[in-house]
Design a protein around this ligand. Structure first.
Ligand code: CMP
Length: 139
């Protein structure tokens, strides 16, 4: 089915000027970028976005990292976009990621792993709504 998923190009990637190379990976996989903006999160916004991880030992480090530089938030549309994006990203830990994936090519570590992508339809809808209004989604 035609789906939408939410993506973040993380601080380690924007800092190294990899926004275009990462966007090209999405487009080459058949994902259409139907919304895109460069923003810098506040600590409160990062904590809210990653609230599901609040009890994890890496939560503080994760939030500090996510506010350390600008990020690019995007909505990707395509057939099975959620699964397809997860394939293109590769495993969370770049050491486990397959050849050709974004994380294998660009990620520095499990924390500085260049991209975030939604893991399920419900989280995709929530994450898109957190960052974008309906008017900003242009298929
Ligand atoms: P993301 O998809 O953005 O969702 C939660 C993030 O937590 C995940 O990607 C990782 O970048 C990060 N993360 C997971 N495990 C660790 C860890 N052990 N140390 C630091 N960050 C982590």
């Amino acid at each position: 089915a035609l789906e939408r998923t939410f993506s973040i190009i993380k601080p380690d990637a924007t800092k190294r000027n990899l926004t275009g190379k990462i966007a090209a990976k999405f487009e080459e996989a058949g994902l259409r970028i139907v919304a895109s903006k460069r923003i810098q999160l506040t600590l409160a916004q990062a904590q809210q976005f990653y609230g599901v991880h609040a009890e994890r030992p890496f939560f503080g480090e994760l939030c500090e990292f996510m506010i350390s530089e600008p990020i690019v938030v995007q909505v990707l549309e395509g057939e099975n976009a959620i699964a397809k994006n997860r394939e293109v990203m590769g495993a969370t830990n770049p050491a486990d990621a397959d050849a050709g994936t974004i994380r294998k090519e660009f990620a520095l570590s499990i924390g500085e792993n260049s991209v975030h992508g939604s893991d399920a339809p419900e989280t995709a809808a929530e994450e898109i709504a957190f960052f974008f209004s309906g008017l900003e989604l242009v298929g």
